[in-house]
Design a protein around this ligand. Structure first.
Ligand SMILES: [Zn+2]
Ligand SMILES: [Zn+2]
Length: 180
């Protein structure tokens, strides 16, 4: 059976977001072998979420939960008085309720571009972003830390972690960074 594809997390199965594990999905009650182990924010916690119940929105619906925090999406109105996001509501919903999250040890963020959410490409270290430095310059400059650190010390699992995104409309890469 083909696994569902996630538009905004196209590499989800290659990342650490699913584990091979036989079990019954808490939502569809089918016997599944791939369990979602990423974040899911809900009051009651499902024991087992399968990829299909993420993709079709059933897990989020049944548990009234979110895989990604709405307020973490770049450009959404968080505070009263904030300008409304120019991103269509349906796409914001897709990020929150039908897209696997990724692992971060601080505030998760979902970057946007061209009035749409970007796709999460994966965790990124200095070597991976090296060919993309021109595209990522604005993001790196806006971090408020020495850009040499990003160019030399970015890792996928240390104290300076890169998260690479890409705009699906214009293909521009974007970078989010967690640091102490
Ligand atoms: Zn399921
Ligand atoms: Zn774009």
């Amino acid at each position: 059976m083909n696994l569902p594809h996630f538009t905004y997390n196209p590499n989800a199965y290659a990342l650490d977001l699913f584990e091979t594990n036989e079990g019954e999905c808490s939502i569809c009650h089918e016997q599944r072998s791939l369990q979602y182990v990423g974040s899911f924010y809900s009051i009651e916690e499902p024991d087992y979420i399968c990829p299909w119940c993420i993709a079709n929105g059933k897990a989020a619906e049944k548990y009234d939960g979110e895989f990604n925090d709405y307020c973490g999406i770049e450009g959404v109105a968080v505070m009263p008085g904030d300008e409304e996001s120019s991103i269509p509501k349906g796409l914001l919903d897709e990020i929150c309720t039908r897209t696997p999250s990724y692992f971060s040890w601080q505030q998760e963020a979902w970057l946007t571009h061209c009035h749409t959410p970007c796709a999460f490409v994966g965790y990124a270290d200095s070597e991976m972003i090296e060919p993309l430095l021109d595209e990522l310059k604005d993001d790196i400059d806006s971090l408020g830390i020495n850009s040499e650190l990003i160019k030399n010390n970015l890792t996928t699992d240390g104290h300076l972690v890169g998260y690479l995104f890409q705009c699906l409309t214009c293909k521009q890469h974007r970078l989010h960074v967690d640091f102490d």
